[in-house]
Ligand binder design. Structure first.
Ligand SMILES: CC(C)(COP(=O)(O)OP(=O)(O)OC[C@H]1O[C@@H](n2cnc3c(N)ncnc32)[C@H](O)[C@@H]1OP(=O)(O)O)[C@@H](O)C(=O)NCCC(=O)NCCS
Length: 410
């Protein structure tokens, strides 16, 4: 269940911060060099902190483009591998470029003995995202550990190729299932499903996984990408920046929402229970996971429609529309009762569920899908770098005098 993260300030400080934030043009903040009037933008909402040529998220129009291509164009025609090339190089690949990239990704899928040992050393029940984060920071590319000898793109290829193998290897270890090694002859998405299930996916399953990964590959300056760029802006390496991003994606307000959305659907269980469940949740001021968005406020998240289509197709294949009806009924109820639209996580959840991905892996799937976007941003940050270092409004006590420990009371 969602709980707001604890702030490090006291309640009085928090109240004062809220008061300050409600009058943005009049605030006193303490900036370096003295006190000055500065607006405060909590959560950086509405603040443009840099420029980027990778992705345009237009909240008003409800559109999303990768490098100028509408997400619908890519969803209908492109593959995940083509999208990776597009995000990194700014253009869709020709056949030779695509073959080369696909081969390089396939070549890098296997993980080293050192990373295997990191996974083996983890506590038995560690959560998949914790395992992914820990093992990702152990990824040294190449295996001699000298990542400095590799180009940024070579390191990015290692990360895109190896993180799915890490996620699958840890999942099977956690379930005491025999390890399934990656195959070179499968696409990125098909290979991931193969490593999870130990059997080759059907064409429909592979295509659906590919689409889900493509839709989750990039989304502008979201929290995890921003975290990656902050880390990259210190001139830290790509692996470190991606590890920051994985940590940030883990939270339930970001990548964690897909798992929670699926748990909610399973808890509701039947369309007949939707209205009362949503009424009750809203009355208790509970957040409905998979709804709402920081940028798409007046229109739906454009990615949701394509995932809803995939959900329909998967249900049509099995002839069982229960999950499609349940999900669309929940979406209608939340829109009617709260005016919120489903975001990418809401329809990604039942799609992943029907692909047989265990719930505990949902956030990891989001993470491995987002690596192309993170790495594109890290490379862009490094080409025109400026240290990211905002200011804060100091609200703590002032002019205090040091007292020896014996004079401080209990
Ligand atoms: C994504 C999200 C964090 C954006 O948050 P934000 O832009 O900071 O918006 P806020 O948290 O300020 O919410 C604004 C209002 O909408 C409400 N709201 C937003 N999302 C909501 C949700 N999913 N369920 C219920 N109420 C929601 C808030 O309670 C708040 O209401 P209030 O003004 O009466 O207090 C937020 O919509 C959310 O928590 N969604 C659920 C988690 C999720 O699906 N995350 C994946 C994002 S892709």
């Amino acid at each position: 269940m969602y709980t707001r993260a604890r702030a490090s300030t006291t309640e009085a400080d928090t109240a004062r911060l809220r008061e300050i934030a409600s009058t943005p043009s009049e605030v006193q903040t303490t900036a370096q060099g003295g006190s000055t009037s500065q607006p405060i933008h909590e959560g950086l909402a509405g603040v443009v902190i840099g420029s980027s040529a990778i992705c345009d998220v237009n909240g008003e129009r409800g559109t999303l483009t990768y490098r100028g291509y509408d997400i619908g164009e890519l969803a209908c025609h492109a593959t995940f591998e083509e999208t990776v090339h597009l995000l990194w190089h700014g253009d869709l690949p020709n056949q030779t470029q695509l073959d080369l990239l696909s081969a390089r990704l396939a070549d890098e899928r296997e993980i080293s003995e050192a990373v295997e040992q990191v996974l083996a050393a983890l506590p038995e029940h560690i959560q998949p995202m914790d395992a992914l984060r820990t093992a990702s920071s152990a990824l040294s590319c190449p295996s001699n550990g000298d990542s400095g000898s590799l180009s940024s793109e070579q390191q990015a290829i290692c990360l895109v190729a190896k993180l799915p193998t890490i996620a699958a290897a840890h999942y099977r270890r956690r379930r005491s299932l025999p390890r399934v090694h990656p195959r070179r002859d499968l696409s990125h998405a098909a290979n991931f499903l193969y490593m999870i299930h130990g059997e080759e996916p059907t064409e429909r399953q592979a295509k659906t996984m590919d689409l889900a990964m493509l839709l989750m590959a990039e989304h502008g300056f979201n929290a995890s990408t921003f975290a990656a760029r902050v880390t990259a802006a210190t001139l830290a390496d790509i692996v470190s920046a991606v590890t920051s991003a994985i940590s940030t994606l883990k939270g339930p307000l970001h990548g964690g929402a897909n798992e929670q959305a699926m748990r909610m659907m399973l808890e509701i269980g039947d369309v007949a229970h939707v209205a009362s469940y949503i009424d009750d949740a809203l009355a208790r001021k509970q957040r409905i996971m998979g709804f709402g968005h920081r940028v798409y406020r007046t229109s739906a998240d454009p990615r949701a429609a394509y995932l809803r289509g995939s959900l329909f197709d998967l249900c049509a294949e099995s002839g069982d529309f229960h999950l499609y009806e349940l999900a669309t009924t929940i979406a209608e109820a939340v829109e009617t009762k709260k005016g919120l639209y489903p975001n990418v996580d809401f329809y990604a959840a039942p799609v992943l569920y029907l692909l047989g991905i265990p719930l505990e892996l949902f956030v990891s799937v989001f993470a491995i899908s987002r690596v192309p976007g993170w790495t594109a941003h890290i490379m862009e940050q490094h080409t025109n770098n400026k240290l990211i270092r905002p200011l804060s409004a100091y609200v703590g006590p002032e002019d205090r005098v040091y007292r020896p420990i014996g004079q401080r009371g209990n």
